[in-house]
Design a protein around this ligand. Structure first.
Ligand SMILES: [Zn+2]
Ligand SMILES: [Zn+2]
Ligand SMILES: [Zn+2]
Length: 119
């Protein structure tokens, strides 16, 4: 059986251990599946941090304000306005300025992300 070398972990593995990649001459990617999915996770995490933890203070404050208001009963969580799922997040459709802290739309994670990817 022919073995291929993963350019990340340097391990030699059979073809099945690599994802197909038509763009490369071998027809498989240069990373084994294990390394490939690790890298993918890494990329997603970086993206996540860039979007959500990117030092956006107003955004964090707005989220905190909503969380607090829900806890003290000032506002109530609603079902996702798209699919009626109960597990929702607050979407600040007007922005994160203080006057808009409670101008929110309740969306499940999926629809919330969809909302943001539009912009
Ligand atoms: Zn590898
Ligand atoms: Zn939804
Ligand atoms: Zn949002």
């Amino acid at each position: 059986m022919k073995l291929y070398k993963c350019s990340n972990c340097k391990g030699e593995k059979p073809r099945e251990e690599f994802f197909k990649n038509g763009a490369r001459s071998l027809g498989i990617g240069s990373l084994c599946k294990v390394c490939d999915s690790k890298k993918q996770k890494e990329r997603n995490r970086k993206k996540y941090f860039a979007t959500y933890k990117g030092g956006n203070k107003e955004k964090i404050q707005a989220k905190e304000a909503v969380r607090y208001a829900v806890r003290v009963g000032k506002i109530k969580k609603e079902l996702c306005s798209k699919c009626k799922i109960i597990d929702v997040e607050a979407h600040h459709y007007k922005g994160y300025e203080k006057e808009n802290w409670f101008e929110i739309m309740w969306l499940c994670h999926k629809h919330h992300m969809q909302m943001h990817s539009k912009y």
